[in-house]
Write a protein that binds this ligand. Sequence first.
Ligand SMILES: *Cc1c(COP(=O)(O)O)cnc(C)c1O
Length: 469
Amino acid sequence: MNNRLYGNLIFELSQEGRKGYSLPKNNFGEYKVPETMRRKEDAQLPECDEMTVVRHYTNLSANNFGVDNGFYPLGSCTMKYNPKINEEMAALPQFASLHPLQPAETVQGAEAVCTLLCRSLCELTGLYAFTLKPFAGAHGELTGLMVIKGYHESRHDDARKLVIVPDSAHGTNPASAAVCGLEIVEVKSLSDGTVDVDALRELIAAHGQEIAAMMMTNPNTLGLFERQIPVIEKMVHEAGGLMYYDGANLNPMLGAARPGDMGFDVMHINLHKTFSTPHGGGGPGAGPVGVRKGLESFFPEVSPYHGNFAVAMRAYAYILSLGREHIKEVGPLATLNANYIKESLKDVYELPIDGLCKHEFVFDGLKDKSTGVTTMDVAKRLLDYGYHAPTIYFPLLFHESLMIEPTENESKETIDGFIQVMRQIALEAKENPDEVKSAPHLTPIGRVDDVLAAKHPIVTYKQLVNDKD
Ligand SMILES: *Cc1c(COP(=O)(O)O)cnc(C)c1O
């Protein structure tokens, strides 16, 4: 990438007096900004001509990797393709130009989209009612736990403060419980990766009266279907707790099974995962929350208006374009693709938990540990071949986790290409380990210091100047 030629920061391209704009003639007269509100000195903005700006940002955008660039097998995150028709629907001026404070009678179309999306989600999950307000999966977890807390409080069951979370859970689960003012108890997994029912039984025997809820991800973060849910659900309900379903892994369930039928009372859905809306640069997302009948009166106000309405629009467009018939193929296809990759690579990558997976699975690094090549090295080398890295070092159950999720979208050719490259990297690890350990070689920036990048990111120009001083 040659953007170094054009400077890394727009500020570095600045030339005093250069302009890329001209303001229209002022037809409105002048308004005197009160002295106290005026700047004392000019803002330090870059001064560039239009073409410099266009080249700078176009070159920067080419450094980005997205689902539109190539395969993005990021386990746990369901990075599926975002169909362009979703964007077209969300951009229709009748929806895009709405103002949240418009009179209700002028926004009936948008209201209908929200209602119909909720109805579709109810049907797909087997739950009774949904709220579209939460802005993300984690926000949905918090919202769902607030529902559960509200329910227990309404029954004056005030001692119920414990949330049971399996040790394989995503970090947001315990975090959401803590933010909601609840306490977390962890339940261990068996060596096959599923919840240890005996450990759970002991836990419930000891704390039955204090249990507010159990949070489960199914299939769990190892991509394994939790077969003991009927037993678990019965134990938790008999103890007076509610069952929370982390819907981040709902994708392989589409067309196969419904959380409501499994006995879950509350769940969130990540529209940016299962329902093909963009993950964006940290947002906007949406994490609708669904509940069993009788819990809908406990929905809290967690955002203004209807949440991220344009995200809801995209998800509804996705559901309609697949339709009742084809949405049933999503889960089975995602599952087939994951198992195909797993079986094709398990002779060279360590598969700690063998057997049928759902939409994703976890390798524990390369099978041959003698090369010294780590999961991090494999992930970096994949970038050289034009693939986004899988999720690495999560889940925490293994030292060298490499978590792959292909989704239902990918063609056999793309998947075969990925398998071939993964095998190639395993070969390189044996024959030329340094090549892998020093990767990436072909990206605009080579290997970064992860700790420094995470702990001391330089995100402002000013800071850069200060640091130089
Ligand atoms: C992604 C994910 C979450 C959090 O969802 P966000 O939308 O990123 O807030 C929670 N649990 C699991 C299992 C996930 O994969």
